[in-house]
Design a binder for this molecule. Structure first.
Ligand code: HEM
Length: 200
């Protein structure tokens, strides 16, 4: 759902470029997360939050160490922990470590775009969760206003054309973050059905 096309016009903004480059990965991730948890029941929703926590923890660590001033999105693992505690669920183990090596041009921006952009999807999911849970399920993560504020600030930095090196660095980082989330979703699905073979 991230973009309407998988190729960006020359001279397009960095945001358009990133959306086009990761459209297929986003669709794949959307499906993988529905398969690994979804949010149709309270237990599904708790699994969804656990998966988000497992994936985001190492990303937040990498960004805290590598993102320049103003490019590290607000931390959300604390909100996820709060929601899970309210649902009476223990915190998961973090997913595998995440690294992009040393940050180059565009790297932190690309990673920040994926995390901040996901707040758009979270808004839509929050509406569904409010309906399904009758307004009783905790939504500190899905309704995180700090991430929406960060997202609005980030737009000025991505809604402009970028130099090729910066665009390439941002794209590489964004693809790596989507791949990292996808691996966490696949691990979640495998844990759900240990006997089922996860396709390569
Ligand atoms: C769990 C299932 C998910 C659903 C149903 C979903 C849904 C959406 C929706 C509705 C949008 C807004 C599209 C628009 O208004 O143009 C969006 C955008 C986006 N989502 Fe997701 N999303 C999901 C998971 C994720 C995850 C886990 C990530 C990050 C790891 C992510 C990253 C993004 C990004 C980067 C954008 C584009 C931001 C932009 O417009 O620049 N999404 N998603």
């Amino acid at each position: 759902m991230a973009a309407a096309s998988d190729t960006a016009e020359p001279g397009a903004s960095l945001r358009t470029h990133l959306r086009a480059a990761t459209m297929a990965a986003h669709d794949l991730l959307d499906h993988a997360m529905q398969a690994a948890s979804g949010w149709q029941t309270r237990d599904d929703y708790a699994r969804f939050l656990a998966l988000q926590h497992a994936a985001r923890a190492p990303l937040e660590t990498w960004l805290a160490a590598n993102a320049p001033e103003g490019l590290a999105p607000p931390v959300q693992t604390a909100l996820l922990a709060q929601d899970m505690e309210r649902l009476g669920h223990a915190l998961p183990r973090p997913a595998a470590l995440f690294t992009l090596g040393r940050a180059g041009p565009g790297t932190a921006l690309g990673a920040a775009w994926v995390l901040a952009g996901s707040a758009l999807g979270n808004k839509a999911i929050a509406r569904q969760v409010a309906r399904i849970g009758g307004g009783t399920w905790p939504d500190a993560f899905l309704g995180d206003e700090a991430m929406m504020t960060f997202w609005h600030g980030l737009r000025a930095q991505i809604e402009r054309p970028a130099e090729p090196a910066e665009a390439a660095g941002a794209t590489r980082a964004a693809e790596a973050v989507f791949a990292h989330f996808l691996a966490a979703a696949e691990a979640g699905r495998a844990a759900l059905a240990p006997d089922e073979k996860v396709p390569a």
